[in-house]
Design a protein around this ligand. Structure first.
Ligand SMILES: C[S@@+](CC[C@H](N)C(=O)[O-])C[C@H]1O[C@@H](n2cnc3c(N)ncnc32)[C@H](O)[C@@H]1O
Length: 213
């Protein structure tokens, strides 16, 4: 294959934005992984709410060496962005072990290393959250039964010294329910976040806490 044709075919199976490479389902490496690993709790693709978190962080920025935990990480792109752009120390957590080969592939092609933990939200203990500065979660509150585990994880995080928690979602009822509770009881705020470029994305951001200026 000539260099020009290869470039064109790569363009159609991968997306570049915010300095990240994200592989599409048609990429041969993703197709190969999908033959052997089947994520079963919706971690079967990259979800667009991550772009809203990435765009928010691109504006807010993170101090170098920030410790970030990406919960319900799936393919892990929000955490990978933090490692790549801010040299953050990232721990990515997911209940489904089948997502990690997809995360490994994306970490490799984006040139970063990411620590991984296979845990449910309930299993993330206060000691795991100690030393974390920021907790991120994109598209993680999609069932009513996830509201309480996520709220309790956020409480444990704040008690452990986490400074900022950022969750993103298109605005599904369970997420809005969680957000309402966090605004009322944890001092959180909800922002509608529209991204026009370099990608088009729209999500609600739930933000609890702030990083020191
Ligand atoms: C919709 S996907 C979003 C993945 C990723 N954050 C993104 O934006 O591309 C939801 C992820 O949450 C994980 N998940 C679902 N329930 C969970 C739980 N109770 N504890 C931890 N992870 C969970 C799934 O395995 C899946 O990877």
């Amino acid at each position: 294959m000539t260099q020009r044709r290869k470039k064109k075919s790569e363009r159609s199976t991968q997306r570049q934005a915010y300095g990240l490479t994200v592989l599409k389902a048609a990429d041969p490496r993703i197709r190969q992984l999908k033959r052997r690993h089947e994520p079963s709790i919706h971690g079967n693709k990259f979800w667009a709410s991550s772009w809203a978190i990435i765009d928010y962080l691109a504006r807010q920025r993170l101090p170098a060496n920030t410790a970030v935990m990406d919960i319900g990480c799936g393919w892990g792109l929000a955490g990978i962005y933090c490692a790549r752009e801010f040299a953050a120390r990232v721990t990515s957590v997911d209940a489904d072990p089948a997502v990690f080969p997809f995360l490994d592939l994306h970490a490799r092609i984006n040139g970063v290393e990411i620590r991984q933990q296979c845990r449910t939200f309930q299993e993330v203990r206060q000691t795991d959250l100690c030393g974390q500065d920021v907790v991120l979660g994109a598209d993680v509150c999609f069932w009513d039964e996830l509201i309480a585990p996520l709220y309790e994880l956020m409480e444990r995080g704040l008690a452990a010294g986490v400074q900022q928690i950022i969750l993103a979602d298109p605005g599904r009822p369970p997420f809005m329910n969680l957000a309402e509770r966090c605004v009322r009881d944890l001092g959180g705020e909800v922002k509608n976040w529209d991204v026009e470029a370099p990608v088009k994305a729209r999500a609600c951001l739930l933000i609890v806490g702030a990083l020191p200026q």
